[in-house]
Design a protein around this ligand. Structure first.
Ligand code: AHR
Length: 497
């Protein structure tokens, strides 16, 4: 495939927040994941220092917390201060010890060097509870909640800038699901109170790629929002163990990723809001988490045991599920965000640690899954300005997906520019064939290049405690050669200067 770009033809500025992550109180993401005072890797505050270092290395810009479905039944006030009250979390049917609460989350973000992004409880919570949370985090000392924060040891406000009202409150599975008539007014009232406490916060609200839901939300509350939140998980869940074949994953990397963005963009544009409100794709992963018997409230003859619904969650942790398929998908997802950088300003990989995350923790260390390296490449090397690119002579991959014949360019590429150089992300989705990517940076003289390639022996390659099958290889800086050979099923970032 030949790609032509010109520094004068710009899509827009890429927001680094598209390399964000998500952390939910689910299974071992928090306890035993980022926070584990008993671990030999625990720092003085109980955080896993090896996890923090790994997150720093991928320059995580923002973390969304505490959920997810968890947030819709979470009462933050039980999770601050000396006398923490354990809560029964109705979303995930577990007791939440509340050892890790708002102060710990903000401290974690400070250690990583990222922005905290708090998702409020718009399920069982109230607008007042949400705005009290803003008071606790952002007021200097006025009122009981800021004083409470000071009494808890933090004299300075946390200045949490990003807040989301609710999580997936359109879904029947959610504790506190609303219909579109109810949602807009609830968001509006919550937003008003939160902004009265701190007019500088940036608010998002649970949205989806459904025009009628979004229309009501934006009509009623659009004037208070800077963001709308959408989510995407593309692979069927199966039984938590079986993985989707690479051929299908490769086909999912086309319009399946861009569709929800296109639909959200369309409604923003229709309402003339596309310059003021951005999309936060604040939960995404190829694979949905496996948690049977949870999403619906079911009535059973026998009481459910922990084996029925807790034990299966461990299946999400099996490292062999997360292969080069996941890396190829993740890279194409980030490419899609870059191509849509005029409207997508944030994305949070779901989750950061354990379950289906980029990092897996165990007693003696961590495993960096293939998706981890995708973030390492993009956040370290991709530049700040996304250029238009014209694609010529493209080979394709073909196949059947959801009962339809699909044809995609074999190579998915995005060209970025900044600091006097280019960085091109090029994903070869083809399972079996190498492809040549020919680069033409019209009018800009370039001298040197180097190529970072993330790959494994085959599409099933994965990393685990006893193996590293997927890793990045980087060439030396060398004379610029316009034709770059891309290995099958590889993720590449080509730096050019
Ligand atoms: O399965 C994880 C859940 O996926 C998150 O809690 C929720 O937001 C999404 O539906």
């Amino acid at each position: 495939m030949k790609v032509t770009s010109n520094v004068k033809s710009i899509v827009g500025k890429a927001d680094k927040k598209i390399y964000g992550h998500f952390l939910e109180h689910f299974h071992t993401q928090i306890y035993g994941g980022v926070f584990d005072p008993d671990s030999k890797f625990a720092d003085g505050d109980g955080f896993r220092s090896d996890v923090i270092e790994a997150l720093k290395a991928i320059k995580v810009p923002v973390i969304r917390w505490p959920g997810g479905c968890f947030a819709s039944a979470y009462h933050w006030k039980y999770g601050v201060g000396r006398d923490r009250v354990p809560e029964y979390n109705k979303a995930w049917r577990v007791e939440e010890p509340n050892t890790f609460g708002t102060d710990e989350f903000v401290k974690l973000c400070r250690k990583i060097g990222c922005e905290p992004y708090i998702c409020t409880n718009a399920g069982t919570g109230t607008p007042e509870e949400m705005s009290d949370w803003v008071e606790y985090c952002n007021l200097k000392a006025e009122g009981p909640w800021a004083k409470n924060r000071i009494a808890n040891g933090s004299k300075d406000p946390f200045n949490v800038k990003y807040w989301s009202i609710g999580n997936e409150n359109y879904g029947p599975w959610e504790i506190g699901a609303w219909n579109s008539d109810q949602w807009g007014p609830l968001v509006r009232e919550a937003a008003k109170m939160m902004l009265k406490v701190d007019s500088t916060v940036e608010l998002s609200a649970a949205a989806l790629s459904d025009p009628s839901w979004n229309y009501r939300l934006l009509r009623d509350a659009g004037q208070y929002l800077k963001w709308i939140s959408i989510h995407g998980y593309w692979a069927e869940n199966f039984d938590g163990v079986k993985t989707l074949g690479y051929d299908k994953v490769a086909l999912l990397t086309g319009s399946c990723i861009s569709d929800p963005i296109d639909k959200a963009r369309a409604i923003l544009t229709t309402l003339g809001l596309e310059k003021r409100i951005k999309i936060a794709f604040d939960e995404w992963n190829l694979r949905f988490w496996y948690h049977p018997l949870i999403l619906d409230a079911i009535k059973t003859e026998k009481p459910l045991t922990e084996d029925d619904y807790l034990a299966p969650r461990k299946l999400n942790d099996r490292n062999q599920i997360y292969t080069m398929s996941d890396a190829v998908f993740a890279a194409c997802f980030l490419n899609t965000c870059l191509k849509n950088c005029d409207v997508v300003g944030m994305a949070c990989f779901s989750p950061a640690v354990n379950t289906r995350g980029a990092i897996f923790t165990y007693g003696d260390g961590i495993v960096l899954r293939p998706t981890y390296y995708v973030f390492r490449l993009f956040s370290n090397y991709m530049k700040g300005t996304v250029l238009n690119s014209w694609k010529w002579e493209s080979d394709t991959i073909e196949g059947e997906l959801h009962g339809r014949q699909v044809s995609l360019d074999a190579v998915d590429a995005v060209v970025t520019y900044g600091d006097g150089g280019f960085a091109v992300s090029a994903v070869n989705r083809d399972e079996n064939r190498c492809h040549i990517l020919e680069l033409d940076m019209t009018d800009t003289p370039v001298k040197e290049m180097r190529v970072h390639t993330l790959n494994g022996k085959d599409v099933c390659s994965y990393n685990d405690v006893d193996r590293t099958e997927v890793c990045v290889k980087t060439t030396e800086w060398k004379h610029f050669e316009p034709a770059v050979r891309l290995e099958p099923h590889s993720v590449n970032v080509i730096e050019i200067r």
